[in-house]
Structures are given as structure tokens and as C-alpha cells.
Design a binder for this molecule. Sequence first.
Ligand code: NAD
Ligand code: TYD
Length: 339
Amino acid sequence: MRRVLVTGGAGFIGSNFVRMVLAEHVDCFIVNLDKLTYAGNLENLAEFLNHPNHKFVKGDICDGILVEKIIDEYKIDAIINFAAESHVDRSITEPKVFIETNITGTLTLLEAARDKKVARFVQISTDEVYGALALGQDAKFTEQTPPSPNSPYSASKAAADHLVKAFGHTWAVKYNITRSSNNYGPYQFPEKLMPLMINNALNDKELPVYGDGLYVRDWLYVYDHCTAVWKVLTEAPPGEVYNIGGCNEKTNLEVIDVILNRLGKPKSLIKHVTDRPGHDRRYAIDAGKIIKDLDWRPSVRFEEGINKTIDWYLQNHKWLSNVVSGDYQKYYEQMYKNR
Ligand code: NAD
Ligand code: TYD
């Protein structure tokens, strides 16, 4: 039986990962350590809270004593670090907590992994550490692309990647790093492009498009990210870095167009607003290495994935209305006040 500490498992990708593992891999026990920030939500895991192979612990990855206690108590043999502050816009208004969780938190987990001789450490990173590509080029990010982060979010993730490599080099911590493109799918907090636009369109609210809306992201269905992380955990040699991408480059306006069509809402809801400072123009992933070395490939085409995603939010109206109640309105008004 594998015994894995998953951090951030109540967030968007982490909860999808926990769900996938519990459904598909009976030989894996998960301890799920999550601080339950605004982005963490136990409703994301409601049907798994009493699962015999899942133990939820509320806590902070910066709490080294707690992390070591979990490793000892549950005989953890791998750590997968999904926990992070993950939203670029928030990192522009409040960068400090990104440094704390994304850098100090990763350092704390690495120290525990080193001291307790945890057999594998998988760091969930992002393509945003590579910086930005220009529009209309063929170039994509490979694992050899030098890090060149542009936002406080991506800078904190790049710093964490460097720490992971340094612990591998200095103390032989056995690690892997995954760098995925933009994920979409069920349980994503509606501060990110897709769920925010779906939620606003459902409520006939304006859709705030930053700048010209011609920014390009490479969209990956979240389930496919989860299968890639599982492959890395179970098959990758230590010390390897893998890009994970969906091969689905779309402009933000193209994404919004699909959402409006599926929901039968008018284009007049689109409102171009002041651009994000330092907005990265294009991300695109070359996922050739993980495809070739680990025989992974995305299983969900963009058209299928986005329709499934929109339908999920329609069918899970209660989840959405719970998530956007309370502090969300305050966040939303603040974020879009001056745009
Ligand atoms: P998310 O914001 O939805 O979830 C983050 C989770 O981490 C939440 O459950 C939150 O409560 C928890 N958390 C935050 N600070 C914590 C702390 N100090 N201690 C313990 N738990 C804490 O994020 P996500 O979109 O699911 O992203 C997960 C990971 O994947 C992140 O590391 C992110 O950088 C990376 N990533 C995300 C994307 C994407 O498109 N969402 C793409 C590439 C990589
Ligand atoms: P986001 O989901 O925040 O992911 P990231 O910036 O990490 O790629 O944003 C995706 C794209 O959508 C990005 O180009 C910014 C843009 N965007 C908007 O135009 N309006 C919005 O309200 C949001 C949240 C994002």
C-alpha cells in the first residue's frame, strides 16, 4: 500500500486528484493536509471524508511539527505538494502570503521529507515559471526553457522549484517537479477565468475581459493533469522534471465564446476592462517528454472538456452558490473596482 501525504487536497486540482486516486487506485492511502483557505473547501470531497483510504487533516504546510507528526503517524512514503496560493491577480494585490505558503511552505515540507527520509517528493509547479511567449510563434516551453517568472505568483513557484532541486542536489531528496498548463474542470474556485465567466454569465453579469482578450493559455482538463501526476509519482525516475500540457491553445475570447454559446447568453455581456499589470501574453507547453518517457497523454479534447465543465457548474448550482456567498462578493467588488 502506498502511503501518500497530499497537501492542498481540498482545493481545485488537489481534490480532483484525491477523488481520482480513491476511485482508481485501491492500493493507496492518502493523508490530505489542507489549511482550508478561501480556496479550500471540504465540500469538494464530501463523499470521501469517511473513505477508509482518506484522512483529512486541517493544517498549514508551514507547520513543520505537524508535518513530521503526520509522516511518522501514517508512515508516509511520498509527499505530493499541491498546496499553494494560486491566483496571479491576488499575488499582485497581496504578494506576501504567496512567499509564505509557496516558498516557506515548500521548504518546510522538504525539510521534513529529508529528515524523515520520505522516499519521494513531488512538487506541483506551473508553466508560469517559464515566463511568457509571444503570440504567433511556434515556440513552446520545454523542460530546458530557463525560468523567467513575471508575477509574484510565478516567482514564488519558481523559487520553490529551485529549493526542491537544491534539496535533491544537497541532501539527495528524491524528487520530481511537474509543470502544468492552465487546468479547467469541476470544483475550480470562481476567481479563475472559466468558472468566473460561467458564474457571471449564469447571473447575467458582465464578463470582465482583461485588455484585448487575446491572451493565450494552453488548456488542460484537470482529470488529465491528475493522471499525469499519478504517472510521475509511480513511474518517473527521481530528479526528473515534466511539463504537462493539453495541446489546446485558446485565446480568452475563444474560451468565453464557447461559454456564452453553451449557456445561450449574449456577447453583449463581454466588457473589456483594464488589463492585469505585467499580463503574460501566451503560455504553451511542449509535453513531449512525459508523452515519450511515461506514455501519458491527455484523454479529454478541449471541446468535450469545456462542455463537461460548463454542464458541471450548471448541475452543481448549490456548490457554486455556497462558494460565492460570504467573502466572495467583497473579493469580487475589490478586484474589479478600478478596472
Ligand atoms: P487552489 O487555490 O484551488 O487550491 C490550493 C489549496 O491549497 C487550497 O485547498 C488551500 O486551502 C490550500 N492551501 C493554501 N495554503 C495552504 C497552506 N499554507 N497549507 C496547507 N494548505 C494550503 O489551487 P489549484 O488550482 O488547485 O492549484 C494546485 C497546485 O497546482 C498549486 O500548486 C498551483 O500552483 C498548481 N498549478 C495550478 C494550475 C491551475 O491552472 N490551477 C496550473 C498549474 C499548476
Ligand atoms: P487565470 O484563470 O487567472 O489564470 P492565469 O492568469 O494563471 O493563466 O486567467 C486566465 C486568463 O484569463 C489570463 O489571460 C487572464 C484572463 N482573465 C480575464 O480576462 N478576466 C478575468 O476576470 C480573469 C480572472 C482572467
